[in-house]
Design a protein around this ligand. Structure first.
Ligand code: HPA
Length: 248
């Protein structure tokens, strides 16, 4: 079963039928909120709002371990994560989408593993290619089918937040190879890999990252506008992806 994890701007998924609202507990605490299970575009899915609904949990306080564990325990095998980002790459102006293929993790002090010697014995996962390539390619081919121009690949730089970055921090991330910056991509991707779940990300640019296009400050009003516009494209893409899965 597929799960969609909604980020900022996607706190609920309208149009789920045969809806069950689940409130699972895990050994690592409760997930961010209820998990909505049902049929969406002909497929059985689960939906979880990463920040809770209404949006209230800041990126560094999300219980990522409980979220992924709860989905795993419900029988989820694939996750499409939706993440708002600031764009660094020229292709990632506000309201544009990317399916990243790499990650750099700048977050600190988050519970970022199941293999901590307490929940599970120490182990080390391979993370050379952090996102599931099959899922990434399926999303890219769905985007081509509906004529949606999105960026194939790019490096997702995960920062601690909740503040946005300074221009100098963004410049350093750009030199490191970052194409986009978000606050919630890690440890989520690594935890999914630790549990053996296929995971990929739809990144929606809601602003140019600080200092990327000159000196102006980032306005929350502009972010809200880009979120609204871009999220419609995200939903079109997910719908198109689910339609292709029907025919497999
Ligand atoms: N930086 C980090 N996270 C973000 C940004 C940003 O500019 N925009 C949306 N999420």
């Amino acid at each position: 079963m597929l799960a969609i994890i909604g980020g900022t701007g996607l706190n609920q998924l309208n149009g789920i039928t045969e809806l069950e609202i689940l409130k699972p507990q895990t050994k690592l605490g409760p997930p961010s909120g209820p998990i909505y299970k049902g049929i969406y575009n002909g497929q059985e899915i689960c939906f979880l709002a990463r920040h809770g609904a209404p949006h209230h949990i800041p990126p560094h306080l999300i219980n990522y371990r409980a979220n992924i564990l709860a989905l795993d325990e419900l029988g989820v095998t694939k996750i499409i994560a939706v993440n708002a980002v600031g764009g660094i790459s020229d292709h990632l102006g506000p309201a544009n989408l990317a399916i990243p293929d790499q990650i750099i993790d700048y977050t600190i002090a988050r519970d970022n593993t199941y293999f901590d010697g307490i929940f599970q014995p120490l182990d080390h996962i391979d993370f050379t290619f952090p996102y599931d390539e099959t899922l990434r390619c399926a999303l890219l081919s769905a985007s081509r089918r509906i004529g949606l121009d999105i960026m194939d690949g790019g490096t997702y730089a995960a920062t601690q937040g909740p503040r946005l970055e300074s221009a100098a921090e963004v410049e350093r991330i750009r030199r490191d190879g970052g194409s986009m910056i978000g606050m919630t991509g890690m440890p989520e991707a690594a935890l999914a890999r630790e549990l053996g779940l296929s995971y990929c990300c739809i990144a929606l640019s809601v602003n140019w990252a600080a200092g990327v296009k000159g000196c102006s400050e980032i306005s929350m009003q502009d972010i809200r506008k880009a979120l609204e516009l871009g999220m419609q494209q995200v939903l079109r893409l997910i719908e198109a992806y689910l339609q292709t899965q029907k025919n497999i």
